[in-house]
Design a protein around this ligand. Structure first.
Ligand code: SF4
Ligand code: SF4
Length: 317
């Protein structure tokens, strides 16, 4: 029987819904499901690569199992203020877990996918880099393995941070990098660590779109004492995107729209998620990550040259 990613992530969603203090609203977007029934187009050398690298990805199902366990273990709010000392220990933990950037925001009902709930009102959002080298030959099996590897790594980071916060008397539940209760690109934007590129992924300062996101929900009220959000600083990237369009031109399945479209008549989306998912499963895509100048580029250098050329504004051919 083919592997169902939707079934694998469902227990996490059920566990979060069972503890929900905030639930989606009537205007919430529909949750995007993984496309089922598409078979990977692996040849013999892909299969060999997969077997050779199985050690990098075998932990993924265990991290999802651990996520469910930690959500069930969440005893709710006992403590709502974090001290500097505990926050600094959490920061050290984030560094040790390979989290490159993080932020937080207060979640509102309409930001949750329809039918989804969360136990606490703040979302701590974590981003961990993927290995850029794995995308050099995209589409490829290397990309697929790298994405699975980082799903495990970022999911594990959310688990460990939630566990740390629980041990320190806070209500905290992880949401694995697979199967978010909300749109993670949007979450990165709200948390001030990224803006959403035309390929619909969050572009961050350190890793461009070459990263994955996970979340911890908590009720800690004074995160703003320690985490400074600089949302506006990244907004120039949206102007850059208008002049670029490379991901749109290079996408092998033509999944990326020229401009956001409200396919459900309500919520604008930048990509045809079904087409993209098929491309990813079938070919191990990731072409848009490879092509995005923010993957390879130096953020400051790109900003400097864009500021100089601002005003020219023609999309490259
Ligand atoms: S991953 Fe591939 S199919 Fe999906 S949007 Fe990017 S380039 Fe297109
Ligand atoms: S490839 Fe260009 S248009 Fe697409 S997200 Fe990256 S910067 Fe924006």
């Amino acid at each position: 029987m083919p592997l169902s990613l939707n079934k694998i992530v469902k227990p996490q969603s059920i566990a979060l819904n069972a503890k929900a203090a905030i639930f989606s609203s009537e205007i919430s977007p529909t949750k995007r499901l993984y496309v089922e029934g598409v078979r990977p187009n692996f040849d013999r050398s892909d299969r060999r690569y997969l077997v050779k690298n199985i050690g990098k990805i075998y932990r993924l199902p265990f991290t999802l199992y651990q996520t469910v366990h930690l959500i069930k273990n969440d005893r709710g709010v006992k403590n709502s203020k974090i001290t500097k000392e505990v926050f600094q220990r959490m920061e050290q933990l984030l560094k040790a877990l390979g989290v490159d950037e993080y932020g937080f925001f207060e979640v509102h009902s309409e930001q949750l996918f329809r039918g989804c709930g969360i136990p606490h009102r703040y979302a701590l959002v974590f981003s961990s880099a993927m290995n850029k080298e794995a995308f050099k030959n995209a589409p490829s099996i290397e990309c697929q393995v790298e994405v699975a590897k980082i799903y495990a790594k970022t999911g594990n980071a959310a688990n460990k941070v939630a566990e740390f916060l629980q041990e320190n008397g806070f209500g905290a539940s992880p949401n694995h990098s697979m199967g978010g209760q909300l749109d993670y690109s949007q979450a990165a934007k709200e948390a001030g660590i990224g803006v959403i590129g035309r390929h619909s992924m969050a572009i961050t300062r350190k890793n461009g779109p070459c990263h994955r996101i996970s979340v911890v929900y908590t009720d800690i009220e004074n995160l703003s004492d320690y985490i400074i959000s600089n949302k506006n600083e990244l907004e120039w990237i949206m102007d850059f995107c208008k002049t670029c369009g490379k991901c749109i031109r290079k996408c092998p399945t033509e999944a990326i729209f020229q401009a956001p479209l409200a396919l459900d008549g309500q919520h604008p989306t930048r990509i045809d998620y079904e087409k993209c998912c098929q491309g990813f499963i079938k070919y191990g895509c990731g072409v848009c990550i490879k092509e995005c100048p923010f993957t390879a580029g130096n953020y400051e250098k790109l900003r400097g040259s864009f500021k100089k050329s601002e005003g020219c504004g023609n999309e490259k051919k």
